[in-house]
Design a protein around this ligand. Structure first.
Ligand code: BG6
Length: 506
C-alpha cells in the first residue's frame, strides 16, 4: 500500500557499501512499485564531500549494478529525488547545516515534517548521531513523525548495549526506534508464523511432548571477504547469533500472539528470550563450541585461512564458527534442547530450522528394518525457501522395510512473483510505521544477557579451546559431541557431495 504522506529519507553513511548494495536499490524498487510517497526526497550524508550531481551518478551506477527489480526505466526520475550533504558526525555545527538543508528540501518539494534517519555508520556513532539530531530538535514529532533506523550491532556486549539504550532513550521514544535485523525481513522467516499458526496440524505437536530437539543452522560458504577488520572485533556469536539466530529461535519457540499487532508478536518473542536457561561459565565448554576456518582446498583451489584474510590479526582468536546447546525453561519447551550453529566457509549457504520429532514409543518393524524412520520438519529459510516433512514409508516389496521419504514444498512453486528483499520489506515497514519485524530494546538486552557468560568465558578462560576447521567443511568435529545421544548428529543439508571433497551445493 502506498504511503500518502510525504517524506524525507536521510541516510547517514551514504558513501558506504550498504547504501550502494542494499539501501538505495531497495528504495528504487519501492519507487518503481509506487510504494514511496510522491513528495519524497533522499538525502545522503557522510564525511565524504560530493555534490548532489556526483552522488546521483554514483547512486545510479549502484542501482544499475545491484538492482532488485528488473525495470530500470524510471531510474532517472528516481535519482532526481536524491541529494547530498557532507557532515562531520561529531561536530554540532554541521547538524545545524543539515537541518537547514532538510528544511530547504521540505519547502522546495512540498514535503511535510515526516523524516526517517537511517544510521548506516560504524556502530560507535549510534549514540552520537541521535544526540546531535536531538540537539537541533530533529527528534521532535510536532509537525510529523521522526524515525530512527539503526543497523546492527546494537552494542558490543551487555554493558555497551545498556549504555546505547540509555543514550537513545534520553531523546527518542521506543516507538521512534527501528532496529533492523534483516533476517526478520526474510519472507520465509515470516512464513514461520504462518506455518505454525495457520495450520491446525503442527501446533498441537509443537511442544515438549512431541518434539525431541530443535536444530537451527545458518551456514555461509563465503568467508569474511573484505570485512576482516570489522569481523575480527566481532566473531560469529556477536555477528550472527546475538541477533539473527536468536530472532529465528524466538519465532520458532514463541506462544501464539494474541494478534498480529507488532507489540503482541514482539512481546511473545521477548518472553522466549526471558525464558532462556542461563548458561554457567563452567558449562560453556560442554554447551558451546567455537571454531576458526583454516586454509584448505575447495573445488581444487587453495583458499586462505581466516588468519590470512585481509584486515584480520594473524594471531586472531576470533571465532568464525559457533554452536550452542541451550534450553528454554517454560511449559512448552521444558527439557527440549535447542542446538544452533553458524559459520563462515562451511560447505554451502543454507539457513534452516529443523524440528526433530520424538520417535514412536515402540518400533513395530524392528525385525524387518534396520533404521527407524525419523520425523523431521525442515523449514528452509534460504536459499530454495520451502518446507520439507520427513516420514517413514514402506519400501515396496515383501516384508516391512521402512524408509524415510520426503514431502517437499518449494516456495518458488507458490508464485512466480518476485519476493521482495529483506531491506525492501523492512524499509517499507518503517515508512508505514510498522515495527513488527524490528527488534525491541528489551529483546536486544535479553539476548546480550543470555550470551554474556559464553562471550566472557571464551575471552577469559584459556582452557576453552578454539578449534580449527578446514575451510569448506561443517566446522569442528567437537560440535558433534554436543548432542545427548551419541548417534544424534547435525543434519547435513547438502543433497549432493561433489567429488572433489566435502564442498557441496544444494
Ligand atoms: C550479516 C552479517 O548481518 O548477515 C554477515 O554481518 C553475514 O557476516 C550476513 O554474512 C548473512 O546474511 P544473509 O542474508 O546472507 O544470510
Amino acid at each position: 500500500m502506498k504511503s500518502n504522506e510525504s517524506l524525507i529519507y536521510v541516510i547517514f553513511g551514504a558513501s558506504g557499501d550498504l547504501t550502494k548494495r542494499k539501501l538505495v536499490p531497495a528504495l528504487y524498487s519501492l519507487f518503481v512499485q509506487n510504494l514511496l510517497p510522491d513528495n519524497f526526497a533522499l538525502l545522503g550524508t557522510s564525511r565524504s564531500v560530493f555534490s548532489d550531481e556526483e552522488f546521483r551518478v554514483s547512486m545510479k551506477a549502484a542501482i544499475t549494478e545491484f538492482k532488485e527489480i528488473d525495470d530500470i526505466s524510471r531510474i532517472d526520475d528516481f535519482v532526481k529525488k536524491i541529494f547530498y550533504q557532507p557532515i562531520k558526525f561529531d561536530d554540532a555545527s554541521t547538524y545545524i547545516a543539515l537541518k537547514a538543508r532538510i528544511q530547504e528540501l521540505r519547502k522546495q518539494y512540498n514535503i511535510c515534517h515526516n523524516t526517517i534517519f537511517y544510521l548506516s555508520t560504524p556502530p560507535s556513532l549510534y549514540g552520537v548521531i541521535p544526540q546531535h539530531l536531538a540537539s537541533v530538535n530533529l527528534n521532535k514529532q510536532t509537525n510529523g513523525w521522526k524515525r530512527l533506523i539503526i543497523e546492527k550491532p546494537f552494542g558490543y556486549d551487555l554493558e555497551s548495549a545498556l549504555k546505547l539504550k540509555d543514550q537513545l532513550m534520553q531523546d527518542w521514544k521506543e516507538e521512534q526506534l527501528f532496529r533492523i535485523d534483516h533476517y526478520l525481513g526474510k519472507e520465509t522467516v515470516q512464513n514461520l508464523l504462518v506455518a505454525r499458526f495457520s495450520n491446525g496440524i503442527f501446533e498441537p505437536l509443537w511442544n515438549r511432548n512431541f518434539i525431541h530437539h530443535v536444530e537451527i543452522t545458518s551456514a555461509e560458504s563465503i568467508g569474511v571477504e573484505k570485512r576482516g577488520n570489522y569481523y575480527d572485533g566481532s566473531g560469529a556469536l556477536r555477528d550472527m547469533v546475538q541477533n539473527h539466530l536468536l530472532q529465528v529461535v524466538g519465532l520458532t519457540a514463541m506462544e501464539p500472539p494474541t494478534s498480529l499487532e507488532s507489540d503482541s508478536i514482539r512481546h511473545e518473542i521477548l518472553k522466549v528470550f526471558q525464558s532462556f536457561r542461563p548458561i554457567k561459565c563452567e558449562e560453556v565448554k560442554d554447551v558451546a563450541v567455537r571454531g576458526q576456518y583454516m586454509s584448505s582446498k575447495i573445488k581444487g583451489k587453495q583458499v586462505p585461512g581466516y588468519r590470512e584474510e585481509e584486515g584480520v590479526n594473524p594471531n586472531s582468536n576470533t571465532e568464525t564458527y559457533a554452536a550452542l546447546k541451550f534450553y528454554i525453561d517454560n511449559w512448552r519447551w521444558g527439557g527440549v534442547p535447542f542446538y544452533i550453529r553458524t559459520g563462515k566457509k562451511l560447505p554451502t549457504r543454507v539457513t534452516e530450522v529443523v524440528i526433530h520429532f520424538r520417535p514412536t514409543p515402540h518400533f513395530l518393524f524392528a525385525n524387518e528394518s534396520t533404521v527407524q524412520s525419523e520425523n523431521q520438519l525442515v523449514i528452509r529459510i534460504q536459499p530454495d525457501e520451502g518446507i520439507l516433512l520427513k516420514f517413514g514409508m514402506k519400501t515396496p516389496g515383501a516384508g516391512f522395510e521402512v524408509q524415510t521419504v520426503n514431502m517437499d514444498f518449494h516456495y518458488s512453486d507458490l508464485t512466480a512473483q518476485r519476493i521482495p528483499s529483506a531491506y525492501e520489506r523492512l524499509i517499507n515497514d518503517a515508512i508505514k510505521g510498522d515495527s513488527t519485524l524490528f527488534a525491541r530494546t528489551e529483546e536486544v538486552i535479553e539476548a546480550w544477557k543470555f550470551l554474556m557468560p559464553v562471550l566472557e568465558c571464551w575471552k577469559n578462560d584459556k582452557d576453552v579451546p578454539l578449534y580449527g576447521y578446514p575451510a569448506g567443511t561443517w566446522g569442528p568435529e567437537q560440535a558433534q559431541q554436543m548432542f545427548d545421544e551419541p548417534d544424534t548428529t547435525w543434519r547435513s543439508p547438502c543433497k549432493n557431495l561433489t567429488n572433489d571433497g566435502n564442498y557441496c551445493e544444494l
